[in-house]
Each structure stands twice: as C-alpha cells, then as structure tokens.
Design a protein around this ligand. Sequence first.
Ligand SMILES: [Zn+2]
Length: 308
Amino acid sequence: MQKYYAILFVVLLIALSPISASASEPFSVFACEPEWKALVKAIGGDDVKVYSATTGMQDPHYIEARPSLIAKARSADMVVCTGGELEIGWLPVVQRRSGNPKIQGTSDAVFFASDYVSRLEIPDSVNRADGDVHASGNPHVHLDPYRLLKIAEHLVRQIKRLDPSRAENYEQRWQIFRSQWSEAIAGWESQTSALKGTKVMVHHRSWSYLFDWLQWDTVAELEPVPGTPPTTRHLTSLLDIVRSDQPAAILLASYQNPRGAKWMSRKADLPIISLPFTIGGSEDARDLNSLFDAIIARLVDAVSKSNE
Ligand SMILES: [Zn+2]
C-alpha cells in the first residue's frame, strides 16, 4: 500500500509540475510555404506543430499580411521560409506586427532556406524598378531535391539548437528522411535520365532549380520580367525562339494565370503542362515525395507524347 501511495505521489507531482507541462507542448513553427511545413513535419513529427501561411494554390510572391497570419506568428517558436526576397512584401510586416520577440529580424529562430544553397539567376544589376521579383536571384529553391536535402540538414541543426530537449528525436527522423529521400532521388533520376536536354518554355521562372537538377533547358519565359504578366508584344517576340529552339512544351504552375500560355500554345502549337508548384498545387501532391512524384510523372508523360 505504501508503495502505491509513493507511486501516486510521483504521478501527481509530474502531473502538477509546470515544467513537465511545458516540455510536452509541441515546438511551434510558422512556415511561409507548404514545402517548408512538410519538411519541418518530416523532421519534427509529433514534437512540432506547424502552420503554413500559404497554400499550393496561392502565389507566394503576393500575399497579404492578414490578421490571421499575424495571430499565428504570435505564438511561433520559429519561422521557416524561402527567403531570397520571396516573402519581402509580407513577412516583415507579419514578424513586426506579431510582437513576438523570438522571431524578429535576423534571430536564430528565423530560418531562410535559400540562404543555405547556391542561388541561380543572380542578376548583374538590381532590376526592381521594372517590377522584377527576383532581384536578388531566383528564390524557388525547393524543386531541386539535392538542395532540399542540404536545406533539411541545416534546418535540423537549427531546430535541435532551439529545442534541445527533443534533439534526439529530430536527429532520428532526419536520418530516416535522409535515407528515404536519397532513395527517392535515384528513382526520379532513372525515370527522367532519357529526357536530359529537353527544351521548354515557362510562364515564370518557377522551375529553374528543377531543371538545373534534371539538366533541361528553359529557352524562354512568358513573363517579360519575373513577376510581370505576359504582354502580346513580348509573346510575339518569343515566336522566333519557338522556331529556332523547338521547345517541347510550355510549363505553368497550377496557381498561375494561363492566358499567356494559352496564347502561345495556340500560336506555336505547343502543349501546356500544368504542374503543382508545391504541396496542395494538385490533389496528388500531398507531401514532399508525392509532390516530386506528381511533377516527374506529368513531365515524363507530356514529353514522351510530344516526342512520339
Ligand atoms: Zn518567382
């Protein structure tokens, strides 16, 4: 009986202890885009609670700093975003208005994925005046799976530093993620190896890192400047490129306006491939693996058809 009371006492002590209550609270992450939410979840499992500020059907360049986003940022222990100026129009406002001291400025708890990989398309001169939304290089780094792995490695290190009591759990999940992801890369590469050198047109430079990995060529962009809608004048000027380079297709993210792509498709007799840009951009893109599966399957299917 005495032993029973002793156990009861210990149980009560644990239940009432404020320290144990806060230790069981998940680590709270505010992610800017669904791909980073998925990556945090893959590494954090039940130890984290993640919110994504945007969905796969929104343009992450143009988001409003709505009160609901600010409210979510208020309780965040960490912010995980793309960086490279992608969220420059809204994230600083969310950080400031949240009043959350943990996530201000360049705090350790503010993680920008694109800071950890080499960035493509860095312009010689800054071109913001023309409305260029990629003035410090292309920020869309998540579609090269090797860059994603490198980002994940840095993300794990940072989460472990910020939430050291659960570091072992994060480390274990990271090891599993790394080996599964490397295996998945091998599968995607074997599906696409015969298509190296494929030429495509794109609406926006959303796929530069994907094609850097797959060794495909982007011969032209429908936007005259990244972030500026296609004009008839610009599209007409691209018809020469279509004739000389003979791209296989026009690529469009499912959230992007298809008007320019449709115009070009009619004039140049090219198929349009609509792709999920991130998780939630199509029904089958539910997590990082199925996002890449969905993109690769659509590319392989469309390009094989156009080669027939
Ligand atoms: Zn962009």
